[in-house]
Design a protein around this ligand. Structure first.
Ligand SMILES: Nc1ncnc2c1ncn2[C@@H]1O[C@H](COP(=O)(O)OP(=O)(O)OP(=O)(O)O)[C@@H](O)[C@H]1O
Ligand SMILES: [Mg+2]
Length: 324
């Protein structure tokens, strides 16, 4: 049975981490927040892009003013324009009265555009204008409105590729990513899987109405948690712990309390490459790679996490062609 280690990470505006590259990122966020520049946050799903956007706003001189977020993927082109810039009565069917948009509502504060790569080209032209001139015209309107808004956006796509493929304006790309910020995937943050496992256990222990309290983790479950590739990153880890709280019982989190994908049975046993049925060798290779990543390349730590000796790990790395 494994119990909670002493080591705690830091909590930076809701982001828990003890990894050196996250520490560097937190310091960067503090500096960037002070400057009134557009920031583009990049990272895989569930890596904390929205938390970063909120942290930037909270650390900025605009903290007392509004922070408004919108997911660009969840609106049609016309509705997104109206959501962002508002509309005047009669601008389109259903526009029965004037409506203020996000930019007007966030005047003096920050606007967070999530999934910015999904903005249709028509809306991109309008957005560019706000960034260049600090003014916009509501949909169906004639008069420009002046605003003072800081733009923070996020995407899990490479905007450069969107530009190459004609889906995103190049001039807008430069405007939105004056400072690009890259959030590393969870497995690259050394020690953070362990830290976050215990962090979320503690959170759910405190939550009213939870059917159990967890005080320890079985060695087998620990190995599965530390060896998993976490394609859904921190969000997935949180869900896995919540799942364990609900399906299992007793004070110890058991291997059986983990969802199938962590037990190598699911359709997505590994990041990127999918496991073929009955191909145990491939999933073992993925476990080794993930454990090495999580251990920041330390074979000793990886072997321990996998529950095998260092020589066995070394032998299997040779066998599967895993580079140190
Ligand atoms: N370092 C962290 N420590 C604790 N919780 C975190 C951390 N990073 C993210 N989370 C939590 O994980 C979940 C996902 O974070 P968030 O929504 O910011 O991710 P995202 O990158 O915006 O994901 P998506 O691309 O899917 O929108 C949230 O519940 C968030 O609170
Ligand atoms: Mg998000």
């Amino acid at each position: 049975m494994i119990r909670r280690p002493q080591r705690r990470g830091q909590n930076f505006h809701g982001m828990i981490s003890g990894a050196p590259q996250m520490e560097a990122l937190f310091r960067l966020l503090e500096r960037v927040a002070r400057a009134n520049v557009s920031v583009l946050v990049r990272g895989e799903t569930g890596t904390g892009k929205e938390l970063v956007a909120r942290a930037i706003h909270e650390l900025s001189p605009r903290q007392k003013n509004a922070f408004r977020a919108v997911n660009c993927a969840s609106f049609s082109s016309e509705l997104l324009a109206s959501e962002l810039f508002g509309h005047v009565r009669g601008a389109f069917t259903g526009a029965v009265r004037d409506r203020r948009g996000l930019f007007a509502l966030a005047d003096g504060g920050s606007v967070f555009l999530d999934e910015i790569a999904e903005i249709p080209l028509e809306v991109q032209a309008r957005l560019l204008r706000v960034l260049q001139e600090q003014r916009f015209v509501p949909v169906g309107g004639t008069d420009a409105v002046k605003v003072d808004v800081r733009l923070i956006s996020a995407t899990n796509k490479a905007l450069r590729r969107e530009v190459e493929e004609g889906r995103f304006r190049e001039d807008l790309m430069y405007r939105v990513r004056v400072v690009p910020i890259f959030l590393p995937p969870l497995v690259e943050r050394q020690g953070d899987v362990e830290l976050l496992v215990w962090h979320f256990i503690e959170k759910f222990n405190e939550r009213a109405g939870m059917p159990r309290r967890i005080e320890a983790i079985s060695a087998e479950a620990y190995q599965a948690l530390l060896g998993y590739a976490w394609p859904g990153n921190i969000r997935e880890l949180r869900n896995v712990i919540e799942y364990a709280f609900v399906v299992g019982e007793g004070e110890a989190l058991a291997y059986e309390d983990l969802p199938p994908e962590l037990r190598g049975e699911g359709p997505r046993a590994g990041r990127g490459e999918r496991e073929e049925e009955g191909n145990g060798e491939r999933s073992e290779r993925q476990r080794i790679v993930a454990a090495l990543r999580a251990a920041g390349g330390s074979r000793e730590d990886a072997a321990e996490a996998l529950g095998i000796s260092r020589t066995t790990l070394w032998r299997r790395m040779k066998e599967f062609g895993v580079e140190g």
